[in-house]
Write a protein of this length. Structure first.
Length: 352
């Protein structure tokens, strides 16, 4: 079989799919991305902020604006085109998936200088918005999973909760490989589906080994471009699975990196770490023979890396600024007054 570069497949300027089916795939693809800003508040169980609304609006502008311009205004060229022209609906979601995932096969490119400049700027804007949204979505999904696991343990007694000790506060626990294995499982499942489609679909004309190579360069977002989809079915499949596959790979890399960091912390822990912890504690206590609950609390926060020394000093200074009584306590009304005055200042600033 000749390679795709030697024997190019030309794409029709009109899609072979019914118009309603083209728009169904396009709408589904757009909704996959456009729904992310609205999924985040649901996962976090918090009210929608102005920042989230702004990012969500930018997301819609990026997706819908690009969709309109690429199918109506900007001209493209390709080894699969017989002439320079705008993209069809199917070609557009395929091209935009390459942009958003940074796969960039190079089989479709802007034909004119103005279009090249615009697409270049569009890529920067799209990546910035997508990166923020994916980061927020991943963070909230992880927090939701952790919250669900904690509730399951508490209500079902699935795993008896061990009573924490002073050693457990600064002796790192041996990290689990389960998150990495789950991430790998999802990635390999997507990869297998990709290989099966492009090796079995008759119009694509790829062997199993070519499909494997294609899956690696695509889902890793390298996108060398020698093997690419050549049918409308392949472009539609690729448009969706580029998003799923590259996201799954990012999850694998994040899980692997987190595991390596935790393993290093666990392996580097030694008796000297305990001696350093004692030095930290001695620097916190006001007397040589006793440790108060507040001092132990500060010590625990430092050892568990919840705060650093600078943040701890800021907390102390904020407390001292409230003029505590001789017994070290502060009236609740004092805190309420300070918070209320801050709200008034913030409201005035926004109005100005």
């Amino acid at each position: 079989m000749l390679s795709q570069l030697e024997d190019p497949v030309f794409w029709s300027e009109e899609s072979a799919l019914p118009l309603w089916l083209q728009w169904f795939f396009a709408a589904t693809w757009v909704l996959m991305l456009a729904s992310i800003p609205f999924i985040i508040p649901v996962l976090s169980k918090k009210s929608v902020t102005k920042t989230q609304i702004g990012v969500g609006a930018a997301m819609l502008v990026v997706v819908l604006g690009g969709f309109y311009l690429f199918t109506n205004i900007i001209l493209f060229q390709s080894g699969h085109f017989k002439r320079v022209r705008p993209l069809t609906v199917v070609e557009c979601i395929y091209f935009m998936s390459q942009v958003i995932t940074t796969v960039g096969y190079g089989d479709i490119t802007p034909a004119k200088i103005r279009g090249q400049v615009f697409v270049g700027l569009y890529v920067l804007g799209a990546l910035s918005v997508i990166a923020m949204l994916i980061s927020d979505l991943t963070k909230n999904a992880v927090e939701l999973a952790h919250e669900y696991k904690t509730k399951r343990i508490v209500h079902t007694g699935e795993t008896p909760r061990e009573i924490p000790t002073i050693n457990s506060l600064f002796a790192p626990e041996k990290p689990s490989t389960q998150p990495l294995l789950v991430a790998l499982g999802w990635f390999f499942a997507i990869d297998v589906v990709w290989i099966a489609f492009f090796s079995l679909h008759p119009g694509e004309g790829k062997t199993v080994f070519q499909a494997i190579y294609m899956s690696v360069i695509t889902l890793s977002s390298v996108g060398l471009g020698y093997f690419t989809p050549v049918t409308e079915a392949g472009m539609i499949f690729g448009a969706f699975f580029m998003l799923l596959g590259t996201s799954a790979l990012v999850n694998v890399i994040s899980s692997f990196t987190e595991l390596m960091v935790k393993l290093n912390e666990w392996e580097n822990f030694n008796p000297e770490s305990k001696a350093m912890a004692m030095e930290t504690l001695k620097g916190l206590v006001k007397t040589k023979d006793e440790v108060t609950e507040a001092e132990f609390f500060e010590f625990a926060l430092l050892q568990t890396h919840c705060v650093n020394k600078n943040e701890l000093n800021d907390i102390r200074e904020a407390f001292a600024s409230l003029n505590p009584k001789t017994n070290g306590a502060i009236d609740m009304k004092v805190i309420q007054e300070h918070l209320s005055s801050h709200e008034v200042i913030s409201t005035a600033s926004n109005a100005a």
